[in-house]
Design a protein around this ligand. Structure first.
Ligand code: ADP
Length: 567
């Protein structure tokens, strides 16, 4: 756009500049042409008043004196010819009387200037001489005698000098007559060409006047373009800027043309400069952009390196964390196991008691069976045996639970019914519960409460919490444990409430920390709840502890409900 603007404004500027030069030149050439013509205009007027001229018309025998006079005046003035016609149009006397082209005796009555002057006016006519074959401007004046027109004086000017001057100055100037015929021009090719095609009537008139004998008068066909008076015109495929004005005192018009080459040349130069400047600007912009991009990419590279370093550090940290997590999980498993063994140790007295009782009973039953056999009272023997069998089943159940309890978790998660896990845990703890004379209350929905977990570890949770409750209630007058199982849309909730003393602030805040215990050495190791906490979290659940209104402690475990599944 800048290039376009520069080129077009240069074009406009150059055109304006050329227009104003053209205007000045046109005025100059117009006035110089008029001066060249006006120099001779008075000549026929003066000559027409000379007595020798009048006499020559009245008495043709005195023509020779007139010839000499005309020759003398013509030579002095520098005109092409000066001659006198009588009323019939015949040349009476002429400045060139003594040359082969002498006009004397020639009839010029067909020339318009003759008729104009015969009518008493000044004649003004451009045409090619019929005698000489040379073009010229004919200016005529009537010769009067007592108010009567008795003849005509004509001066012929050849304006070649004017044309030569235009040519020498390297200008493109031409003059067109009333018919649009180019009469004078610095451009030889255009001479006797018309601006617009001639109408048949005009052509006939011109032929009649023998104005341009032997000339075809072809048209340049630019009349329409020139009609505006000034502007741009294309002649023979070449564009010119033109200006024109009528020549005062004639029906002629003078045209001044300037080649548009100057405009296109300047536009070309400006375009070249603009293109070079534009190119340089683009180069500078590209260079700056390139530099900016380079800097940006350097910045990016630095940033990338920083991020990469950060990533590497993060990855290292992640690996470290994973390792720690694995170690923790291992430790946790160990702890679970240790916790179980600790629980086993604690429970061993109760278990021993629980197992000793059936063993003593079995022993008694065996002894009585032996007696029965000895006495031959075998009818009640099978009752005895079935009691022994019931007792061994019970013992089997206890040892079976212990086995389950002590086995290491597989780590495989599967649908587990919390109610079943709780049953198992209670079964495991039943000797202790009985020993402590602890009453027991259980509220739960009829439907199974399925969670995604590992049965052994869920049992572990229940055992840990219930065992803590039993421990806490050791000094309490009323020993009661209430277990509420419930389910919401998303969770299964287990609340285990005891009638113990509850927990103080410190205990509440440190409860789930490993090795936090308020129990005497040998009684507790402080791992139960921290293990429980870890297990609950592994299954995506949560655990919290608080004191109830009635002073006891409540442990609330929430685990995600597994919908639409049965164990
Ligand atoms: P440990 O039983 O070996 O002490 P735990 O982690 O199971 O370890 O328990 C930590 C502590 O939490 C216990 O020492 C006890 O002070 C407190 N605690 C746990 N359950 C109860 C409860 N039901 N009532 C009061 N205090 C409790």
């Amino acid at each position: 756009m800048v290039i376009w603007a520069a080129v077009s404004s240069t074009g406009n500027l150059t055109i304006r500049e050329l227009e104003s030069t053209g205007e000045a030149r046109l005025a100059l050439y117009d006035s110089s042409l008029r001066a060249a013509i006006d120099r001779y205009r008075y000549l026929p007027y003066v000559v027409a008043r000379h007595h020798q001229v009048t006499r020559a018309i009245e008495n043709p025998r005195t023509a020779h004196t007139a010839n000499l006079y005309l020759q003398q005046v013509n030579d002095q003035s520098g005109a092409a010819a000066l001659y006198v016609l009588d009323r019939s149009g015949e040349t009476v006397a002429s400045s060139n009387w003594n040359t082969p082209d002498s006009f004397v005796g020639e009839d010029y009555s067909f020339r318009p200037y003759f008729n104009q002057s015969l009518a008493g006016q000044e004649g003004f006519f451009f045409g090619i001489g019929v005698t000489t074959g040379r073009a010229g401007l004919f200016i005529s004046h009537p010769i009067r005698q007592s108010g009567e027109v008795i003849g005509v004086v004509v001066v012929k000017l050849e304006l070649e000098e004017v044309e030569q001057n235009w040519q020498d100055a390297g200008e493109t100037v031409f003059v067109a007559d009333a018919d649009g015929v180019i009469t004078l021009t610095s451009h030889g090719d255009w001479k006797y060409k018309t601006l617009s095609p001639l109408s048949p009537a005009n052509r006939a008139r011109i032929e009649n006047n023998r104005q341009y004998p032997g000339r075809d008068l072809p048209s340049l066909d630019v009349g329409q373009q020139l009609a505006k008076g000034s502007g741009i015109v294309a002649i023979d495929g070449h564009r010119y800027l033109f200006d024109s004005k009528p020549i005062r005192g004639s029906a002629w018009r003078i045209f001044y043309l300037t080649s548009m080459d100057q405009v296109t040349d300047r536009q070309g130069a400006v375009m070249l400069i603009a293109v070079i400047a534009g190119g340089m600007i683009i180069l500078v912009i590209l260079f700056l952009r390139e530099r900016e991009l380079k800097l940006a990419s350097q910045r990016e590279a630095l940033e990338f390196e920083r991020i990469q370093a950060l990533n590497t550090r993060l990855e290292e940290e992640i690996t470290e964390r994973r390792k720690t997590e694995e170690e923790l999980r291992g430790t946790q498993n160990e702890l679970v196991q240790a916790g179980k063994l600790a629980a086993l140790g604690q429970m061993s007295a109760a278990i021993a008691h629980e197992i000793n009782q059936p063993i003593a009973a079995i022993r008694t039953f065996c002894a009585s069976a032996k007696l029965m056999i000895e006495r031959g009272k075998t009818e009640k023997l099978d009752q005895n045996i079935s009691q022994i069998s019931a007792l061994t089943e019970r013992m089997g159940a206890i040892t079976g639970q212990l086995k389950t309890f002590s086995r290491k978790s597989t780590g495989v998660l599967e649908p587990v019914d919390l109610k079943v896990a709780l049953d198992n845990a209670l079964q495991l703890l039943s000797p202790q519960l009985q020993q402590e004379e602890c009453t027991f209350e259980r509220n739960e929905p009829e439907t199974p409460l399925i969670i995604r977990a590992d049965l052994v570890r869920i049992e572990q949770i229940c055992v840990n919490i219930i065992r803590n409750a039993l421990d806490a209630m050791q000094g309490s007058s009323i020993k009661r444990i209430r277990i509420d199982l419930d389910a919401t849309e998303a969770d299964v909730i287990m609340r285990i409430t005891d009638t113990g003393p509850g927990m103080n602030e410190e205990t509440l805040s440190l409860l789930f920390d490993p090795f936090f215990t308020t129990k005497d050495p040998g009684q507790g190791v402080g791992l139960g709840l921290s293990v429980t906490y870890g297990i609950v979290r592994d299954f995506g659940g949560s655990i919290k502890a608080y004191n109830t209104d009635t002073a006891g402690a409540c442990f609330e475990v929430r685990l995600p409900l597994l919908k639409g599944k049965t164990p």
